[in-house]
Design a protein around this ligand. Structure first.
Ligand code: XUL
Length: 523
């Protein structure tokens, strides 16, 4: 029992969240927004640098500066960091940090009073880091797939086909375009391992959760794949930080944080993970078959799987769960709120009238269907926007409302089938989860209860829970994951919606119609 700190280094901010496992409460939650403090100094916009040609980078020195600012803010707000027993964290996935031969010593010698920014300014062999928004590596993706023996081989080996934003293609591009910079690079880490290294004052390995977002990790052994490394770039096995189990302590916090912020010298740092794998824990998805759906600008489905099943159609990404045994699937449907709002606005409705339309219309919508591609779609892959209506009158506002939600629910069922997971419950978060009519359709289509879950910082919460879990294990008093997450990751009281068997039967038939319509209009 005690207090544990979780950090989340995301695209636009760094968040710190402290849990008290005695009370089961979140004690403190603070975010440092990069644009608010560092826009001018680093030339960023919404946390990133747009360098042209699809290249999107950020500044690792800025993240170090943000760490100082965040910890100072937590202290100023009365948080006693001396009570923290262990820290873990998460980082935006896929981003790579390139360090030179001075890095290990500089980290080891971190002491006050100069801030991290001054002590670490000379450790980078590449001053900026490509991040997940970078789309500039299509050629390298193809080369990496060919280099291991084909797309299918890379998929089987790493759990994912090559994606532009993944670290492997990004590293390959750097080695090709700046061979001298690549030669000067002694260590390559991820955003997660870099942030953990700052705290521990030593190079902290990569965890398997974030390692699986590189296209370079063998998804089954949870170690770097020699075959993928060879196909990616020369000497990479000597530069990449190793992979370690997520619950193996990386060492105590650096003396810098003890003297500057009052951390206890024995406070342990655990390896950081990627933000999505960390959110899986923060959402309490620690048993196979548990699925969460975030209804945001785009809709994102997270699932906990017992096997590293892969999507041959590239419908999702697969990562190792930081719980050490499970795997996670991440599927992104781009036309989420985007499509819901388009229908709402086209028919001049507000959300109340939108909900009313769902109540007034029957499950199955009398056979009217919509393919809601108001923008190009990721899953299924649709290159250009174009809404398709099937027996659907575009002037019938109520039918249009039901059609867009049924399409989203049916699509989430069809395109999550590759996970081989019997969905037993669905946790729904995000703005649209406030609408009961929407949740009822998801419950009916999936034939399982839907629970509402309110969370703003699932990744930081997951990190704090990982610190707690790792701490207990290291102390020889491990607890099952379910007991760790249960007090913090619970559904909102009274929010559960049960499926209606008659409606579920309607959707069982309709799903084939929808699938046929979709296949007729997608590649
Ligand atoms: C996942 C991905 C994003 C980033 C955001 O593959 O690219 O969700 O992790 O931080």
């Amino acid at each position: 029992m005690g207090k544990f700190l979780g950090l989340d280094s995301s695209t636009q901010s760094l968040t710190g969240l402290v849990i008290d496992t005695q009370t089961g409460q979140i004690d403190a939650e603070v975010s440092t927004h990069f644009d608010t403090h560092f826009k001018a100094a680093y030339g960023i916009d919404k946390g990133v640098l747009h360098l042209g040609g699809g290249q999107v980078h950020s500044a690792p020195l800025m993240w170090a500066e943000a760490l100082d600012l965040l910890l100072q803010t937590l202290r100023d707000q009365g948080c006693d960091l001396g009570q923290i027993q262990a820290v873990a964290g998460s980082g935006q996935q896929h981003g790579t940090v390139y360090l030179n031969d001075k890095a290990a010593d500089a980290l080891g010698q971190l002491r006050g009073p100069a801030p991290l920014r001054d002590q670490l300014a000379a450790i980078f062999s590449r001053p900026t880091s490509p991040i997940w928004m970078d789309t500039s590596t299509t050629a390298q993706c193809q080369e990496l797939e060919e280099g291991v023996g084909g797309r299918r081989v890379l998929l089987e080996l790493t759990g994912n086909t090559a994606f532009e934003r993944f670290s492997g293609p990004q590293i390959r591009k750097f080695a090709q375009q700046d061979p001298e910079g690549y030669r000067r690079t002694t260590y390559i880490g991820l955003v997660s391992s870099y942030m953990a290294s700052l705290l521990a004052g030593r190079l902290v390995p990569v965890d398997p959760g974030d390692g699986s977002g590189t296209n370079l990790m063998d998804i089954r052994s949870r170690q770097w794949s020699p075959r993928a490394l060879t196909a990616c770039a020369a000497e990479l096995e000597h530069k990449l930080l190793p992979i370690t189990p997520a619950d193996r302590p990386a060492g105590p916090v650096s003396p810098y944080f003890v003297s500057r912020y009052g951390f206890a010298p024995g406070c342990q740092v655990f390896p950081f993970s990627g933000d999505n794998p960390s959110s899986l824990i923060g959402l309490g998805l620690v048993e196979a078959g548990q699925v969460a759906l975030s209804l945001g600008t785009s809709d994102t489905l997270f699932a906990c799987m017992d096997q590293p099943r892969v999507s041959e159609q590239g419908e999702g990404a697969v990562f190792a769960s930081p719980d050490g045994t499970h795997y996670m699937a991440l599927i992104c449907f781009l036309n989420g709120s985007l499509a819901r709002e388009a229908v709402r606005d086209q028919h001049h409705l507000d959300w109340k009238a939108f909900g009313e339309a769902l109540r007034q219309t029957p499950p199955g919508n009398k056979g009217a269907l919509m393919l809601p591609y108001f923008a190009p779609e990721i899953v299924p892959k649709v290159a250009a926007a174009g809404v398709v209506r099937h027996h659907l009158d575009p002037n019938n506002a109520q039918a249009e409302v039901r059609a867009v939600i049924e399409a989203q629910a049916l699509s989430s069922k069809i395109h999550s089938a590759w996970m081989g997971v019997a969905i037993r419950s669905l946790f729904v978060t995000g703005g649209a989860s406030a609408n009961e009519g929407i949740l009822q359709i998801f419950a009916d289509v999936h034939g399982c209860p839907v629970h509402r879950f309110e969370t703003a910082n699932a990744a930081a919460l997951g990190a704090a829970l990982r610190a707690y879990h790792g701490h207990l294990k290291a102390a020889g008093t491990p607890k099952p994951w379910k007991e760790i997450t249960a007090p913090f990751a619970k559904p909102l009281p009274g929010s559960t919606i049960q499926p209606n068997p008659a409606a579920t039967a309607v959707y069982k038939t309709l799903i084939d119609e929808y699938r046929k319509l979709e296949q007729a209009h997608t590649g």
